[in-house]
Design a protein around this ligand. Structure first.
Ligand code: SAM
Length: 312
């Protein structure tokens, strides 16, 4: 049986897309197809959905989950290249784009993938298993300063330098091959006070290494650069993030597209003042999961949805 992934902010994101029956839509993060299924149900037989994922397992199982639901095409690719991939298929503009960023529950929970600090596994963390860079390589080959910068920038861990130093000291004795070996290094680098703080002590470092391995920040920025011209007039984009790092990038990009130079995003303006901006906001503040959703799915806890619409 295919692994279940409970789609996050499902109703809210589909609502934000305002799906037009017969339109052309893109789900940039197929996963197990939870959001794609809902899009296909709204789209009707004459529309088309393109589903992207860089993970071969998601492509296989997501595709199986969508069988018989309508007109869709799965593209096994990093979404950084979605515009080229669509153009290669003769599609120059679409009516809506959805991205539900990050790692899926099946990736996180599969011990073979090495994403989780709670399961002992080989250090891998690649979403795209044909990519060459693994977590093991990052941990064992990056120079101290580079490793510390990755942990500081992408994990926002105050102990980044200490952790990087401990990793380097450890690997000088023997390579760090598994998630639990890495967890031990991280714990050894932290003060007793830091270890008593809320949350798992390895959470931020694991997040940082995963972002580095998958070039997550670069892929997001490349996708955000490409989408404005790929949306037809009236077209919408909705993005769900789970980390403040991603949300900040999305928020900044959306603000730059919905405000004119010299105007302030945080000061309410008359419609005429934002008249020249190419997009308009559909969500003034990010939409967060309801209490009912949080009760049902604790992984939705940090989710935020933002959406904008291209003016006609
Ligand atoms: C949170 S899951 C999406 C879950 C999906 N919405 C569902 O309901 O089943 C994110 C998925 O996006 C994929 N992904 C993340 N970053 C990607 C990228 N840059 N390019 C392509 N796929 C990516 C991951 O492999 C993962 O399967």
């Amino acid at each position: 049986m295919s692994y279940v992934h409970i789609p996050v902010l499902l109703h809210e994101s589909i609502e934000a897309l305002g799906i037009k029956p017969g339109g052309t839509y893109v789900d940039l993060t197929l996963g197990r197809g939870g959001h794609s299924r809902a899009i296909l149900e709204k789209l009707g037989g004459s529309g088309k959905l393109f589903c992207f994922d860089q993970d071969d397992q998601a492509v296989k199982e997501g595709g199986q989950n969508l069988q018989g639901l309508g007109n869709f095409e799965i593209v096994h690719s990093n979404f950084a290249h979605f515009a080229e991939e669509l153009k290669a298929r003769g599609v120059s503009q679409v009516d809506g784009i959805l991205a539900d960023l990050g790692v899926s529950s099946p990736q996180f929970d599969d011990p073979e993938r090495g994403f989780s600090y709670r399961v002992d596994a080989r250090l891998d963390m690649r979403m795209d298993r044909s990519a060459s860079l693994t977590a093991e390589e990052v941990v064992n080959t990056y120079p101290l300063e580079k490793l510390a910068k990755v942990i500081a920038d992408y994990g926002e861990d105050r102990d980044a330098y200490q952790i990087a130093k401990m990793i380097v000291r450890h690997r000088e004795q023997a390579p760090i091959r598994t998630t639990f070996e890495l967890v031990e290094c991280i714990k050894a680098a932290k003060s007793p006070k830091a270890l008593r703080q809320k949350g798992h002590p390895a959470k931020q470092t694991f997040q940082a290494i995963r972002i580095e391995v998958n070039r997550e920040k670069q892929s997001l920025e490349e996708m955000l650069e490409a989408f404005p011209e790929m949306l037809a007039p009236g077209g919408r984009i909705a993005i769900i993030t789970f980390m403040s790092l991603d949300d900040r990038i999305v928020k900044r990009k959306f603000a730059s597209l919905t405000t004119v130079e010299g105007s302030r995003d945080d000061i309410p303006m008359l419609p005429s003042e934002v008249g020249d901006a190419p997009f308009e906001k559909l969500t003034r503040k990010p939409i967060l999961p309801s209490a009912a959703e949080l009760e049902n799915n604790r992984r939705a806890a940090s989710a935020k949805l933002r959406a904008i619409r291209k003016k006609t």
